[in-house]
Design a protein around this ligand. Structure first.
Ligand code: AMP
Length: 304
């Protein structure tokens, strides 16, 4: 049941056409842990922050029952900072700055009690660090990995080594094209599967997600939303919901992988309704179930 989450803890500055947030708590590990925490407890987090990481960020994680024993705090260091600007089309985002800060010298140490975790979710960080984490684990049953263009372009060889060690890769459509050098997404998924992961999930923003295994292609819709305030963290919330559901059910069948994709999309839809991590604060299991069921109605129709 246990899930180990590794990734960034960040101070984000986000601009959208509808508003801005300065120095907000963010980071892949924060979004993944919060989303997964609605399915399994406790989530075990490994990451690093500087002395400037806001207290409310840690309180938020503690309130979600996230175990912070694996969090390194470098009091005289600065937290990872990222800033991004969304276009009018919220699927388009420009990264304005990425300051690795304490991540530059981060050496992930997995606490003894975390090493037998059955599921691992490697959030978007340097693939060298992702690999260092896996080297310390004792045969996890499920390894889910996220990445982004920043690492595909800068650390391609290292990323390819990490891909050899994982079960599921989650990435968005432009990243899939970049990694595979293949414009067609179905072919791209095949090329990426040949790099190691048996399951590839390609997210397409407001157009849903594709789940590709050896035997099947499943196309999940995205939840149609009228009010998207901040898409930041949608991908990580998707990964958290996905891994959380699989860890809770301990079932890797194709039908359950489909359910996990829908739970991932459900958590992503709650995330984007508010700024920063606020959308993942006070959900109830009932709310999650209700939206999960609405997904089924989205593309159900009678034959005659
Ligand atoms: P998403 O919107 O799901 O792609 O994730 C956004 C989060 O990823 C933000 O909170 C950022 O702090 C974090 N992030 C952005 N770039 C990087 C990077 N190069 N490495 C690690 N985390 C990142």
């Amino acid at each position: 049941m246990s899930v180990l989450v590794v990734g960034s803890l960040a101070i984000d500055t986000i601009e959208t056409p509808f508003g801005a947030a300065h120095s907000a708590v963010g980071g892949s590990a924060v979004y993944i842990s919060a989303a997964a925490s609605y399915f399994v407890n406790p989530i075990r987090l490994v990451g690093v922050v500087g002395g400037d990481f806001p207290k409310q960020g840690l309180t938020f994680l503690e309130e979600r029952n996230v175990d912070l024993e694996g969090l390194q705090v470098i009091n005289d260091g600065k937290t990872f900072r990222w800033s991004g600007r969304y276009h009018y089309d919220l699927n388009e985002r420009d990264t304005l700055s990425t300051d690795l800060n304490v991540f530059e010298k981060f050496d992930p140490k997995i606490p003894e009690k975390y090493r037998k975790s059955r599921s691992v979710c490697l959030g978007n960080i340097d693939p060298v660090l992702q690999r260092k984490v896996l080297d310390q684990m004792e045969k996890p049953r499920l390894v889910v990995c996220d990445t982004m263009n920043y690492w595909i372009e800068r650390k391609n060889k290292e990323l390819r080594e990490t891909l050899n060690l994982i079960n599921v890769l989650i990435l968005n459509d432009s990243e899939a094209r970049l990694l595979s050098k293949e414009p067609n997404l179905i072919k791209a998924a095949k090329v990426i599967r040949a790099m190691g992961p048996t399951v590839v999930i390609i997210k397409k923003g407001e157009h849903g997600a594709l789940l590709v295994t050896e035997q099947m292609i499943f196309s999940a819709p995205a939840y149609p939303m009228e009010n998207i305030f901040d898409p930041t963290g949608a991908g990580d919330s998707f990964a958290g919901g996905f891994v959380g559901w699989l860890a809770r059910t301990d079932d890797m069948s194709e039908e359950n992988l489909k359910r996990a994709v829908i739970y991932g999309s459900t958590l992503a839809s709650f995330c984007v309704e508010k700024f920063g991590v606020d959308g993942l604060k006070d959900l109830t299991y009932l709310q999650i179930q209700d939206r999960f069921r609405q997904f089924r109605e989205l593309s159900r129709f009678d034959e005659d």
